[in-house]
Design a protein around this ligand. Structure first.
Ligand code: NAD
Ligand code: IPM
Ligand code: MN
Length: 351
C-alpha cells in the first residue's frame, strides 16, 4: 500500500515545467507515492475536444490528492479550459476553501522595501465554489450595439457559513487570532450583508478571535501600505483571486505563491473528495518552454498538500529547504533555470 495516491495534472505552459520540480522534491522524502498523470489541457482539448470528461472526473475522485500545474493557453478561447477544467474540478470536488498563504520568507526582497517577514504573514481564505465564479448570468443581443451582458454573484448562507467557519478555525491556530472579512458591503449590498451577518453571528462562538472588516479597495491599499494589519482574511471568490496575486507580489513574487483548493470534509465521509494543490500563478505563455519559470510556488504547493494529508514533518522539511534556498538566492544571486532551482531544493530536502 502507498502513503499517497496522487493524481497529477501538469496542464499547460509552465504548468508541466513547475510540476516536474514539485514531484522531484516529493520523491526524495522517503514516502511511498503512487502518481498517475492526466494529460488534460490545451493539447488534449485540440486533439479530442474534451476538457474534463466525466469518466476522468470520476477517476480523479479516487485519489488522495491532486497536484495541478496551470491551465490556459493562447490557442484556446479564454474561459474554456479555465471554466470547464479548473473550475469544474474546484466545483465538482467541492473545494470550498481556497487557501492562499501570503508570507514573506526571510531574505526575500519585497517591493514594500523595508517590510520584515513578521509584517507580511497572513492566510487568505478565499471562497472557492460560489460568487461570480458560479457562472450565473447571460447575454442578450450579442454582437449588436444593444448587447447586454450580466454576470451575477451567487452567495448562499450554506456556502458562506462553511467557509467563514473554516476561517475562524484557521485563525484559532495562529498566534494573533485575528480575522478580517474583506468584501464590498457598501456597494454589493445583498451579498455583503449576507457575509457580514454570518461573520457577526459565527464570531460569537469565537470570543478569542478579534474580528474586523475591510472593504476590498481599502484592503488592496493596506496590502501595500500596512500588511501587518492582516492575519486571516476571509473573502469572496473573486476578491480573493485578485487579492492573492497582489499578495504574491508583495511577498516576493508570483513565482513563490502556493495554494490549496481544499475540501475539508473528514476522509471517508460522504462529502469528502480529494483536495487539489497548485501554484497561484497561471500557465505564463510569455515564458513557457524557456526554463525561466520559478518552480518554488509548485514546490510549496506540494508542502501544503503534505500538510493537508497529515504529513506535517515532510511538509516542514520542504518549507525549510525552500526557506534556505530563498535566503541563498538573495545572498549569492545567480540566475538558475527552472530545473536547477528544483534540483537545488531537492538536494536540500534530501539532506
Ligand atoms: P500568469 O500567472 O500565467 O502570468 C502572469 C505573469 O507572471 C507573466 O508575466 C508570467 O511570466 C509571470 N509568472 C507566472 N508564473 C511565474 C513563475 N512561476 N515564475 C516566473 N514568472 C511567472 O497569469 P496570466 O498571464 O494572466 O494568465 C496566463 C494563462 O494562465 C491564462 O490562460 C489564464 O487563464 C491562466 N491561469 C491559470 C491559472 C491556473 O491554472 N490556476 C491561474 C492563473 C491564470
Ligand atoms: C487562479 C486563477 C483562476 C481563478 C482562473 C484561471 C480560473 O486565476 O487560480 O487564481 O480565477 O481562480
Ligand atoms: Mn488568479
Amino acid at each position: 500500500s502507498h502513503d499517497i495516491r496522487l493524481a497529477v495534472i501538469p496542464g499547460d505552459g509552465i504548468g508541466s515545467e513547475v510540476v516536474a520540480e514539485g514531484l522531484k522534491v516529493l520523491e526524495v522524502l522517503g514516502l511511498k507515492v503512487e502518481t498517475t498523470t492526466y494529460a488534460l489541457g490545451a493539447a488534449h482539448y485540440h486533439a479530442t475536444g474534451e476538457t474534463l470528461p466525466d469518466e476522468t472526473l470520476a477517476e480523479l475522485r479516487g485519489y488522495d490528492a491532486i497536484l495541478l500545474g496551470a491551465v490556459g493557453h493562447p490557442s484556446v478561447p479564454p474561459g474554456v479550459l479555465e471554466r470547464e477544467l479548473l473550475l469544474k474540478l474546484r466545483f465538482e470536488l467541492d473545494h470550498y476553501v481556497n487557501l492562499r498563504p501570503v508570507k514573506l520568507f526571510p531574505g526575500v526582497e519585497t517591493p514594500l522595501g523595508k517590510a520584515r517577514p513578521e509584517d507580511i504573514d497572513m492566510v487568505v481564505v478565499r471562497e472557492g465554489t460560489e460568487g461570480p465564479y458560479a457562472g450565473a448570468g447571460g447575454v442578450m443581443r450579442r454582437g449588436t450595439s444593444q448587447e447586454i451582458a450580466t454576470q451575477e454573484s451567487l452567495n448562499t448562507a450554506f456556502g458562506v457559513e462553511r467557509v467563514v467557519r473554516y476561517a475562524f478555525d484557521k485563525a484559532m491556530t495562529r498566534p494573533r487570532r485575528k480575522l478580517t472579512l474583506v468584501h464590498k458591503t457598501n456597494v454589493l449590498t445583498y451579498a455583503g450583508d449576507l457575509w457580514a451577518r454570518i461573520v457577526e453571528r459565527v464570531s460569537a462562538e469565537y470570543p478569542e478571535i478579534t474580528t474586523d472588516y475591510c472593504h476590498v479597495d481599502a484592503a488592496s491599499m493596506f496590502f501595500v501600505t500596512d500588511p501587518q494589519r492582516f492575519d486571516v482574511i476571509v473573502t469572496d471568490n473573486l476578491f480573493g483571486d485578485i487579492l492573492t496575486d497582489l499578495g504574491a507580489a508583495v511577498a516576493g513574487g508570483i513565482g513563490l505563491a502556493a495554494s490549496g483548493n481544499v475540501n475539508p470534509a473528514a476522509p471517508g465521509s460522504a462529502s469528502w473528495a480529494p483536495s487539489m494543490f497548485e501554484p497561484v500563478h497561471g500557465s505564463a505563455p510569455d515564458i513557457a518552454g524557456q526554463e525561466k519559470a520559478d518552480p518554488t510556488a509548485a514546490i510549496l504547493s506540494v508542502a501544503m498538500m503534505l500538510d493537508h494529508l497529515g504529513l506535517a514533518d515532510e511538509s516542514a522539511r520542504i518549507e525549510q529547504a525552500v526557506a534556505v534556498d530563498l535566503v541563498e538566492r538573495q545572498v549569492d544571486w545567480v540566475s538558475r533555470t527552472t530545473r536547477e532551482i528544483g534540483d537545488d531544493i531537492t538536494a536540500r530536502v534530501a539532506g
